[in-house]
Design a protein around this ligand. Sequence first.
Ligand SMILES: NC(=O)c1ccc[n+]([C@@H]2O[C@H](COP(=O)([O-])OP(=O)(O)OC[C@H]3O[C@@H](n4cnc5c(N)ncnc54)[C@H](O)[C@@H]3O)[C@@H](O)[C@H]2O)c1
Length: 245
Amino acid sequence: MNDNALQGQVALITGAARGIGASAAEALAARGATVYVSDVLSCDATVAAIEQAGGVAVAQQLDVTDREACAVLGTKILEQHGRIDALVCNAGICPPGSVSGDWEQWDQVLDVNLHGTQNTVAAVWDSMVSARYGRIVILSSMAYYRGGVIVGTEYSASKAALVGMTRHIARNGGEFNINCNAVAPGIIETDMTAAFDKPDLDEIPLRRYGTAADVAGPISFLCGPESAYMTGTVLNVTGGIVLAG
Ligand SMILES: NC(=O)c1ccc[n+]([C@@H]2O[C@H](COP(=O)([O-])OP(=O)(O)OC[C@H]3O[C@@H](n4cnc5c(N)ncnc54)[C@H](O)[C@@H]3O)[C@@H](O)[C@H]2O)c1
């Protein structure tokens, strides 16, 4: 979509050096938003792709587990632009694991996926409340709904907790015109899943794995005017693996 619907708006995306986050950043920039692309990795390639397409992006080193750094970035964006219209909480990790668990990994996954999301929401919340406008999109996973395989319990737990967080934010943000929705991808071909054994294609109704762009579209939709009356929802982007609302 390239409709300038986000012209003049400012968006912050975490985990945007590659994969779904990079694709979502490109999608929001194509609609006219100035996009802060943040990651622990370099976001230079994402910024270059956006600029080559005529968009505006700013690369920002950010570890979402660093609460102070998240707050500092929120303040910096406000100082420079006076607004943060959209936040896409995309940064996540998904190491292989087990049910019995590895406690160090349990803490790491919850720290990035869950606490990191809250750190960034907290960094933009007051400005969205003051502006009486905001769009927050949180990356869950179909693991929230059907449990995971290959991944550890902590991944499914973190992604289910994010659905609870989404609904809580939606409930409390509504009076301030802050919409919060989640996107729950299925099997998307990115670096995250490159080493994973994937299910046979005949287990996926659409008979293919997803691409980062397949997820970026729904994220862009949830940041745009066409989803203005949606909040607290979870969009399953699974090629039909999850056939439930
Ligand atoms: N790929 C899939 O099949 C799939 C399925 C369901 C959900 N998801 C979710 O979608 C999101 C994006 O996944 P992806 O497939 O693009 O993965 P990816 O590994 O390609 O990208 C994730 C990005 O997050 C960044 N990141 C990791 N820890 C970070 C931290 N502490 N601070 C900031 N950035 C950090 C990574 O550097 C990376 O650039 C994740 O939240 C993931 O859990 C992906």
